[in-house]
Write a protein that binds this ligand. Structure first.
Ligand code: NAP
Length: 316
């Protein structure tokens, strides 16, 4: 089993920033990411609120640059999925789908994954008209009529991106007020390709080989109706990616990892940063900030460990 000073789980903004800091501090660092570099940000069309990019930067570009920067300072990156983690003596051992790794300190930065609707035929029609990623699938909907589900920043930002391709899209939202930031609301309301269907949820998706329509239910009147559409884009928030952490650290009541103000989890030597952390504000810039903080805390923890080992060694 290979052995590191710091193991970082998750390759989004928090994980890569932590890796840049620990690697520059000459700590032997392994970052594990289960999918692609950047995490959720890699699936985002454009990031407009990360300081230093007045014209915005694409999610793919900033993700690739973060990975390059971490590699430049010596971070080892593994595209592996962590399945469990445990403390063995003084070290932590993480099992993955490809093997196992050991480290003296761990930074949890696994982020969150998108929610699904859980309605009939959603699973079967995923990739056949149902999508959770506008940048991945938008181009397949050229000239089509689609719906976008959700009322938050993701729904509007990704919906606005989709107007480059589609003929028309309806934002289907379960309330009559959007959660999204005012600037995105303004842009969406001004876009002639976007309509809104308020107080409405999707109860089923219809179609055999591909999406033909949905069933819409008005939550105020209880009335249900069929609604023809070529595509269904779902942006209804995220759940923390913490399945592999069961019985390892403490969580809040929504399943996010609890930390103190120094980003220390309930387990000594394990830190958490970014969207996986209870109380995180879920922005790229804050995830990066937390990644930096967690790295500095991990560095301080390792210095303490070393000092304690020397003292013990010197006294014995
Ligand atoms: P979100 O803010 O949690 O919004 C989720 C939306 O989906 C809400 O409008 C919610 O309705 C709706 N929803 C939740 N469960 C639903 C269900 N089962 N059926 C139907 N609708 C459902 O999630 P998000 O938009 O993905 O954003 C996540 C975080 O990332 C936020 O903090 C956001 O600010 C941030 N973000 C920022 C940007 C940006 O700054 N440009 C872009 C993307 C995301 P209710 O409103 O009724 O709860």
């Amino acid at each position: 089993m290979d052995s590191y000073d710091v193991l970082i789980i998750g390759g989004g903004g928090a994980g890569f920033t932590a890796a840049i800091y620990t690697s520059r501090a000459k700590l032997k660092t392994l970052l594990l990411e289960k999918l692609t570099p950047g995490g959720q940000i890699a699936l985002t069309d454009v990031v407009e609120n990360y300081p230093g990019f007045p014209e915005g930067v694409t999610g793919a570009d900033i993700s690739q640059r973060m990975e390059e920067q971490a590699k430049k300072y010596g971070t080892q990156i593994g595209y592996e999925e962590v399945t469990s983690i445990a403390k063995k003596g003084e070290r932590f051992e993480a099992a993955t789908n490809k093997g196992s790794h050991s480290a003296k300190a761990v930074i949890l930065a696994a982020g969150a994954s998108f929610r699904t609707l859980g309605v009939p035929r959603e699973k079967e029609l995923t990739g056949r008209g149902v999508s959770y990623c506008a940048t991945c699938d938008g181009a397949f909907f050229k000239g089509k009529n689609i719906i976008v589900i959700g009322g938050g920043d993701s729904a509007l930002q990704e919906g606005l991106f989709l107007t480059r391709f589609v003929n028309h899209l309806d934002v289907v939202h379960r309330r009559d007020q959007l959660r999204a930031s005012p600037i995105l609301q303004e842009r969406a309301r001004e876009n002639s390709k976007i309509g809104f269907i308020w107080d409405t949820v999707v109860t089923a998706i219809e179609g055999d080989q591909k999406v033909k329509g949905v069933r819409l239910k008005n939550v105020k009147t209880g009335k249900e109706r069929p609604y023809p559409t070529d595509g269904v884009f779902v942006f209804i928030g995220h759940d923390p990616s913490t399945g592999f952490l069961k019985n390892f650290v403490a969580f809040d009541d929504k399943g996010y990892v609890k930390t103190d103000e120094r980003l220390r989890t309930s387990v000594l030597g394990v830190f958490a940063a970014g969207e996986v952390r209870s109380g995180a504000v879920k922005q790229l810039v804050s995830a990066c900030g937390e990644g930096c903080e967690a790295a500095l805390e991990a560095q301080a923890y390792l210095e303490q460990l070393e000092l304690a080992a020397h003292t013990k060694g010197g006294g014995g």
